[in-house]
Design a binder for this molecule. Structure first.
Ligand SMILES: [Zn+2]
Length: 271
């Protein structure tokens, strides 16, 4: 069964992970720009990271028959430094026409600060100016609902942005309805034993249905599992969901959202 992982940080993963993902049926990944676990010391650090995402990583994925796409931005954590953010945002347009760049992401909020919100608004405007898709990170822990609502408001304030062209990731039980009701796509970002587990994600699917919902693995440098989406597929099958439903959620749904950018292709259109 083929699947797409629409949010995975492959720069943090080994080549063996690509091999295991390909064996599990992964045909395409999309990789948002994120916090590297340390603050970069200059805009040049982001320039090199964007080169890695647009040049090196697609070639590493292609060796396993996986198409690699990416999203560019300054992440919410480093966006607290507004001078740095200004310089990084100025770097992004030169990369937007690279063949694997789908849009702006993962933008959002970390601690829901004023500076983070200002940089979020600048990057929403950047996506609008270049007519690109948007991928959003929502904060964790107790500020998640407040942060999610602030982000939804910020995007809605830019009335030219079509919510159907925005994917809001890291949704959980208490935030998914707000995201879907506002017309956005919602992504369940799966972690092995914290935040949204595959079991909780399938509970959410059973509550909210399959429309505009996708699943991804995060697969970052912290505790995470690049095979979380196949684990969730197995969870669906063992609960009695049909193979068609599993394929709808893990292949066709992400393909529908991502296909709004005409650069997006994957090799196997059917299961
Ligand atoms: Zn991420």
């Amino acid at each position: 069964m083929n699947y797409i992982d629409p949010h995975i940080h492959m720069v943090s993963r080994t080549t063996d992970d690509y091999r295991r993902m390909a064996m599990a049926g992964c045909v395409a990944v999309t990789e948002p720009a994120f916090w590297a676990g340390f603050d970069r010391s200059s805009p040049q650090g982001f320039h090199d990271y964007f080169r890695q995402l647009t040049d090196y990583e697609p070639r590493r994925a292609a060796a396993f028959g996986i198409r690699h796409y990416c999203w560019l931005c300054i992440n919410p954590k480093e966006a607290q430094d507004m001078a740095l953010a200004k310089d990084v945002i100025a770097l992004i347009p030169q990369f937007l026409d690279e063949p694997n760049v789908l849009g702006i992401g993962e933008i959002g909020l970390n601690k829901n600060t004023k500076n983070e919100l200002a940089v979020l608004e600048q990057q929403i405007a950047l996506a609008d100016q270049h007519n690109r898709l948007i991928l959003v990170h929502t904060p964790h822990l107790e500020d998640k609902l407040k942060g999610t609502l602030l982000i939804i408001d910020a995007i809605k304030r830019n009335t030219r942005i079509d919510p159907a062209r925005v994917l809001i990731d890291h949704v959980e039980e208490h935030t998914v309805a707000a995201v879907l009701d506002a017309g956005f796509w919602a992504g369940m970002t799966l972690y092995p034993d914290s935040k949204c587990t595959p079991q909780r994600a399938v509970d959410i699917l059973e509550t909210y249905g399959h429309h505009r919902l996708v699943m991804n693995s995060a697969g970052d440098w912290g505790p995470s599992d690049p095979l979380s989406v196949p684990h969730a597929r197995l969870e669906m099958l063992t609960r009695g969901h049909t193979r068609d439903t599993v394929t709808q959620v893990t292949l066709h749904n992400p393909a529908t959202f991502l296909g709004q950018c005409d650069k997006f292709r994957f090799d196997s259109a059917t299961d």
